[in-house]
Design a protein around this ligand. Structure first.
Ligand code: RFL
Ligand code: PHB
Length: 393
């Protein structure tokens, strides 16, 4: 058994855990990160792609902005496409704010490099990770690493271990309520070796379902299709995916360029919020506390927003002010419910409802009405711009 001590024990080396550990180090507060997967696995996970302006500012302030500034693609807006027409929503003109396309994978790569250079303690491939005594002032984390039993005693434990982690599950069921809703469709996402066919992201509602054109770099495109929740990836050979993307994204006079598909997967869509993000000396951040359907591009950004709040609260605690830490859960959830509402409404506006034929036909026309209103109203566009580019942290 190797006993260790630290101020903050962080479970999970996703963007939330790695960023919190980095922000604490910046403030002179030591932490240890415990991750159950390998570093290679964490680095290979392809997920989010869009950073809100405040997320970019946060990463830059913490010294993580060099490659982001050089390789991130700043976008002034997005395209909304419906009824065969494409409309540009220019956030920069509307409200003077932008977003940046920079893969979550790249954010994680930058964080891991910074931690490695700084000599941070991160245990990868930790097995049987468990948290104990979270109601006490010396909570513990136990796990096995390289065949050896480990125990870390800390002032605080932070659950940054995603939706399926162990931290939220360690809160007694009677002390927490889980609010949750699923959607009757899923996203099939591909990564393709082909320059993007668009300068900004295209979100399209088509009679056959939602489609989106995003990107990762000037050479790599990321595209998504609404598919059935029961679909499996082998029902979607590359030719079928491209054919469907051509149909749903096509507009006259525009060409969608195809390329080699290097990754493809199907993701279910879910909205989920835990009623509390703290319990004793355990705090939850990111996907451990809440999940959004990806249509609003808010998952990674919400994780970063939590970390900014919790990092500042922990710094406050060690400077003698406990009020921000006591208020962390409530403040983070207040912001999160606004983000939930936005993500749900973007999702419902842009996906075909596969329900009974009569309501599906009604819903589709009602969605077209909403999109027609939105693209014709500067007020509605400003509201979208404010939420898409991100609420204040
Ligand atoms: P993560 O990234 O899931 O990291 C959690 C980490 O905890 C580890 N872990 C454990 N470690 C130790 N012990 C245990 N028992 C553990 N259990 C789990 C895991 O291995 C992992 O390393 O959560 P975090 O850090 O909160 O970050 C959240 C984001 O990853 C997530 O919200 C986004 O990826 C969501 N998302 C998007 N967010 C955006 O902001 N913009 C987007 O454009 C966007 N697009 C997306 C997305 C998510 C997608 N998928 C696949 C879910 C597109 C997709 C397709
Ligand atoms: C992505 O590039 O992966 C992406 C972009 C915008 C979204 C979701 C995912 O809303």
């Amino acid at each position: 058994m190797s006993p260790e001590n630290t101020r903050v024990a962080i479970i999970g080396a996703g963007p939330a855990g790695l960023l919190l550990s980095w922000a604490l180090r910046d403030a002179g507060i030591d932490s240890i990160v415990v991750e159950n997967r390998s570093q290679e696995y964490v680095l290979a996970r392809i997920r989010a792609g869009v950073l809100e302006q405040s997320a970019v500012e946060t990463l830059t302030r913490l010294g993580l902005g060099d490659r982001l500034a050089a390789e991130g693609l700043e976008h002034d807006g997005i395209y909304l496409q419906f009824a065969g027409e494409r409309h540009n929503i220019d956030f920069n003109t509307l409200i003077g704010r932008t977003v940046t396309v920079y893969g979550q994978q790249e954010v994680v790569k930058d964080l891991i490099k910074a931690h490695t250079d700084a000599g941070s303690t991160i245990y990868y491939e930790a097995a049987d990770v468990a948290v104990h005594d979270v109601e006490s002032t010396s909570p513990r984390v136990t796990f096995r690493h390289d065949g050896e039993a480990h125990e870390i005693t800390a002032d605080f434990i932070v659950g940054a271990d995603g939706f399926h982690g162990v931290c939220r599950a360690s809160i007694p069921p009677k002390a927490i309520t889980l609010y949750d809703r699923s959607y009757p469709f899923a996203w099939l996402g591909i990564l393709a070796d082909v320059p993007p066919s668009t300068d900004e992201l295209i979100y399209a509602l088509h009679e056959d379902g939602f489609a989106m054109h995003s990107m990762r770099s000037p050479q790599v495109s990321r595209l998504y299709l609404q598919v059935d929740t029961a679909d499996s990836i082998d029902q979607w050979p590359d030719e079928r995916i491209w054919e469907e993307l051509q149909t749903r994204l096509g507009v006259p006079g525009w060409t969608l360029h195809e390329g080699a598909v290097t990754d493809k997967s199907i993701t279910p869509m879910r909205s989920f919020v835990a009623s509390r993000l703290s319990y004793g000396n355990l705090f939850l951040t990111g996907d451990a506390g809440h999940i959004v359907p990806p249509t609003g591009a808010k998952g990674l950004n919400s994780a970063i927003a939590d970390v900014v709040l919790l990092g500042a609260a922990l710094v406050g605690h060690y400077a003698g002010d406990d009020a921000p830490l006591a208020g962390y859960g409530e403040a983070a959830l207040r912001r999160q419910w606004k983000v939930q509402q936005f993500s749900q409404s973007m999702t419902e506006m842009l996906h075909r409802n596969p329900g009974d034929l009569q309501s599906a036909a009604f819903d589709y026309r009602s969605q077209l009405g909403r999109l027609d209103y939105l693209t014709g109203s500067l007020l509605a566009q400003r509201e979208l711009a404010e939420q898409y580019t991100g609420l204040p942290f």
